[in-house]
Design a protein around this ligand. Sequence first.
Ligand SMILES: [Zn+2]
Ligand SMILES: [Zn+2]
Length: 105
Amino acid sequence: MYFYSKESSRIEDNYRMYSHLGYEGICAYCGESFKSSSSKAKYCSQRCQNDAYIKRRKERKALEKQKICVMCKKQFTAKKKDAMYCSDACKQKAYRERKNFTDFS
Ligand SMILES: [Zn+2]
Ligand SMILES: [Zn+2]
């Protein structure tokens, strides 16, 4: 009898624990519906929040690497964040032009 009453109070605790989760949302990462105590919650779990953050960061990094060559105006994927030219040829061309410019000035 003692065991039974302990068990039933635990169920009641659980009920109280979840009854305040009045908001239902769709996880912005995995698309699962979830319940939350906050209407602003975007993710069903900490894991989804983490994964979404990592994904966003990866996308931003990939975007950062998409550059326009200063010399030929072609789009290219840079290996370095501060790369300005699509190739060594453009880099050298730019260097030569700069050299010419300083020679004539
Ligand atoms: Zn999720
Ligand atoms: Zn170029």
